[in-house]
Design a protein around this ligand. Structure first.
Ligand code: AMP
Length: 497
């Protein structure tokens, strides 16, 4: 019951086309698993090579989504569009990029999942309506998309995909306001959840961030042009200068008159996603008020060391996600750092494989132990998180069996993950989160480690500026953005079980 509900309410920004909506629409509220994803977005205004820059931006943001990508460009009169399933570098051949002329562009990376995937759900979404052509790229997850979609369908809207982002397009089209800006504002005032948005018309680029600021979104300048990206690592690749974050609730319009900003959404509080620091963003990015992801991750490791009394010979990371935290841990503990696991970079993230059997296999093809580093040693191994426990179990086994480690102390640079994310991070249902159903000692036994330590919640919050501004629902299950009424009631019932 719980997991089905969770799946139902997590219809999200870039979800797969085939599953949940038809089942729900049939009136039975039969709930079918919908793969979920994070995304990366990038936009440019005012550069003759807008599409090429967007291609590079998406390339730098590839870690935020590997299923498919799309770019939309405009020369001021016409909108051009290319999208496909696959990785950015494979999709955008020179020929394809040449078909994207113009000085404005927006692009989108979808998070990779195995199983069926549909081109129609790859963004940007492009739609023609009375005021012209509008394209949209969305990172985040709307939590009231289902209700809005039902309402829109009753009014005659015909949806092309199952993406919750399409709801925004229909809300814009259905709005009674005269100007496009007013229509966009009224649309985003109706949606609830996490959304960092890029919209493009023939003549302008618009960036909007939800009132809580859940997902990052930054503004930069390159060669006299404005650029907007999910993470600043995209600016670094093209040589753009970071200017500032798009503020929570802000709408930024960039057109021939320059840049104008308006606060269009009331912000009751900020709820920056702490997991962006722990795992999701790239360490070379600056997010949430220009804080360095690398620095926060190292601080997580230092804090973990402060909370640890384990004696060991070496500290090793689970590459790549544990590298910065392990460096911080080694620095604070004085225990030497080394690489005891080698990662094959040519396989995708194992987490995204849908079936247990494949995931088990995935960890093996991704990581290999270095016996010369590990043999006979008391090893501290650092990873960013344990979700289902599958990865940690495989790693511990690998360090003992393949590496010959004497002891394996698993340390996690975040607290136990006990709550699924409804705002855009790909975590499974609560039932599948091992820490929501098991005590730390039970998890230790399951992963067969000599010891297991998680970072404390207080320790985690001590590593970021203004800790009250963060969503930590995956660690405390206090969800800052409320769900539509029906789900909230059910959530409460289920949470008390
Ligand atoms: P699991 O095997 O299910 O416990 O997954 C834990 C591993 O997945 C850790 O090594 C994390 O680095 C990684 N991970 C955590 N969250 C995510 C996510 N949202 N998407 C992909 N990988 C993740």
């Amino acid at each position: 019951m719980y997991s089905k509900l969770m799946r139902y309410i997590t219809l999200r920004s870039c979800d797969k086309g085939f599953s949940a909506y038809p089942a729900i629409r049939s009136g039975k509220k039969r709930l079918i698993y919908t793969p979920r994803e994070e995304c990366g977005i990038f936009g440019v205004y005012g550069h003759p090579e807008a599409a090429n820059l967007t291609y590079l931006g998406l390339y730098a943001l590839q870690h935020r989504g590997q299923e498919g990508a799309g770019i939309c460009s405009s020369d001021g009169k016409h909108v051009y569009f290319e999208k496909a399933l696959g990785l950015v570098a494979d999709i955008f051949t020179e020929k394809r990029l040449k078909r994207l002329p113009g000085f404005i562009a927006i692009g989108h990376n979808r998070y990779s999942t195995a199983g069926g995937s549909f081109l129609k759900n790859v963004q940007p979404i492009v739609a023609n309506f009375s005021l012209g052509t509008i394209s949209l790229a969305h990172n985040g997850n709307l939590i009231n998309a289902y209700e809005l979609r039902e309402e829109l369908e009753r009014e005659g809207a015909i949806f092309q995909s199952s993406s919750d982002s399409e709801v925004i397009i229909h809300l814009i089209a259905h709005s009674k306001n005269n100007s496009l800006h007013e229509r966009i504002i009224s649309a985003v005032q109706k949606v609830s959840g996490a959304f960092s948005l890029l919209l493009m018309t023939e003549k302008e680029l618009i960036a909007i961030r939800d009132p809580y600021g859940v997902r990052p979104l930054s503004l930069g300048i390159f060669d006299g042009a404005y650029v907007v990206a999910s993470e600043t690592c995209a600016f670094d690749l093209i040589g753009a200068r970071y200017v500032r974050d798009i503020e929570p609730g802000e709408m930024l319009v960039i057109n021939e008159h320059g840049l104008s900003s308006q606060k269009v959404l009331f912000s009751p509080r900020r709820s920056f996603c702490i997991f962006e620091f722990i795992y999701f963003s790239r360490p070379d990015s600056l997010i949430f008020g220009a804080q360095s992801v690398d620095k926060v991750r190292k601080a997580l490791g230092r804090q973990l060391a402060k909370e640890s009394d384990t004696e060991a010979d070496i500290v090793i990371p689970v590459p790549d996600s544990g590298v910065q935290a392990a460096l911080g841990f080694a620095e604070a503990s004085g225990i030497p750092f080394d690489f005891g696991l080698v990662r094959n970079h040519y396989v995708g993230r194992t987490f995204i494989e849908p079936k247990q059997s494949i995931r088990h296999f995935g960890v093996k093809i991704k990581l290999n132990p270095i016996r010369g580093v590990l043999e006979g040693k008391r090893v501290i191994v650092i990873d960013d998180s344990i979700v289902r426990g599958t990865t940690s179990k495989k790693i511990v086994k690998m360090l003992f069996e393949g590496g010959g480690a004497k002891e394996v102390h698993m340390k996690i640079s975040s607290p136990p993950t006990i709550g699924p994310c409804f705002y855009g991070i790909d975590t499974p249902t609560r039932q599948e989160l091992i820490a929501s159903t098991h005590l730390v000692e039970e998890i230790r036994k399951y992963i067969t480690a000599t010891s297991l330590q998680y970072l404390s919640l207080e320790g985690l919050l001590s590593t970021v500026e203004n800790p009250q501004d963060y969503c930590i629902a995956c660690f405390d299950r206090k969800y800052p953005i409320s769900f539509p009424r029906e789900e909230t009631e059910q959530l409460e019932i289920i949470f008390t079980v």
